[in-house]
Design a binder for this molecule. Structure first.
Ligand code: QUE
Length: 330
């Protein structure tokens, strides 16, 4: 029996191609995929015949659903801090390598793209989304935090969008992801094969022919309310702003926040506050230090259990810390 590689590297014309190929897990990144991506990035960088890179997810449902957090939970529960550290360090090194990649790095996002999937795409030059794309940073639901370099990216999105996305885990459809600033081009799924073909010539100029004006989404209409309610820097102040805002949308956001790990919400707010003033490299280092504290906190194993292992969606969170600064100590 042949083993299919979980990252398929190829070349077509002037394009280096990378296919995330673990469709049964929605292409969520495991350690082997991260190692394969690390090696592929070096090879693609050094191959003079490769003028640009096209990254996609196999299976038609997902680009990449995140990291292999079930495995990280097992390592954490077994007390294997070195194993946890090795996973995140390798993943964040790939994120940094993509940010520094010297040729156009083009992600074609035609399905689920969360957490680690955002990290593989958002640091590249071009993020194409279709009407089937669904982008989110859902980590507060499992008591993690927005990582993979998004502590650099999220504070730089317009208005309070980054805080809104990371605290609530809001899921954005393709057009909304362009409006929010996470994606760069909207191309309908039916045009992806022709776009891919055009990109094999090695020029990104082809994108202009295929990209469409984004159909009006709901996120643009919500922007004023998002900015009013999520401008504050503390959770109580955001909750108060949502209560003052009133209406169905604000009530729904308050309900969502009430389900998330309170520790994770506090950590996320502090992380984005700090990330606003740091380089991507310093943000990744800050995130790696934070993983040491967060994966030892009981909420992490409990959150992954509730959402991804037992799937009862009934996490029992610990009370929030009085002062979140201890999480940021090296
Ligand atoms: C928060 C997360 C993740 C998540 C759900 C959350 C995450 C992640 C996955 C995921 C989803 C499907 C899979 C898989 C993993 O879901 O990081 O292997 O098949 O990887 O609410 O952070």
């Amino acid at each position: 029996m042949s083993e299919e590689p979980t990252v398929v590297q190829g070349r077509a014309g002037a394009a280096g191609t990378l296919l995330l190929n673990r469709p049964r897990a929605l292409n969520a990144l495991d350690q082997g995929m991260i190692a394969a991506l690390d090696a592929a990035i070096v090879a693609l960088r050094d191959d003079p015949a490769v003028k640009l890179v096209i990254l996609e997810g196999a299976g038609g449902r997902a680009f990449c659903a995140g990291g292999d957090v079930r495995r990280i939970r097992e390592l954490a529960l077994a007390g294997d801090a070195a194993g946890v550290e090795a996973f995140f360090a390798a993943e964040y090194a790939v994120n940094a390598a993509i940010a520094g990649f010297p040729k156009p790095w083009i992600s074609l996002i035609d399905g689920v793209c969360m957490g680690g999937g955002i990290g593989l795409s958002v640091h590249g030059d071009i993020r194409v989304v279709t009407e089937h794309a669904m982008l989110a940073m859902p980590e507060t639901a499992i008591a993690l935090f927005p990582d993979v370099g998004t502590s650099y990216v999220l504070p730089r999105l317009p208005g309070a969008m980054g805080k809104f996305l990371s605290l609530t885990g809001a899921r954005l459809r393709g057009a909304e992801a362009v409006e929010a600033g996470l994606a760069t081009h909207f191309v309908p799924r039916e045009k992806l094969p022709a776009l891919r073909q055009a990109l094999l010539a090695g020029e990104t100029s082809a994108l202009a022919e295929f990209a469409e004006t984004v159909p009006p989404g709901t996120i643009a209409a919500q922007r004023p309310a998002i900015d009013r309610c999520f401008a504050a820097d503390t959770l109580p102040a955001i909750q108060a702003a949502l209560a003052a805002e009133g209406g169905e949308w604000a009530q729904a956001q308050a309900t969502i926040l009430a389900r998330m790990s309170p520790t994770s919400l506090a950590v996320t707010l502090e992380l984005l506050r700090r990330g606003a003033d740091l380089s991507l490299g310093d943000c990744l280092a800050m995130e790696l230090a934070l993983t040491r504290h967060v994966t030892r906190h009981p909420d992490f194993a409990e959150g992954v259990r509730a959402v991804l292992v037992d799937k009862d969606n009934q996490p029992r969170w610990a009370p929030p810390p009085a002062d979140v600064r201890a999480f940021f100590a090296g």
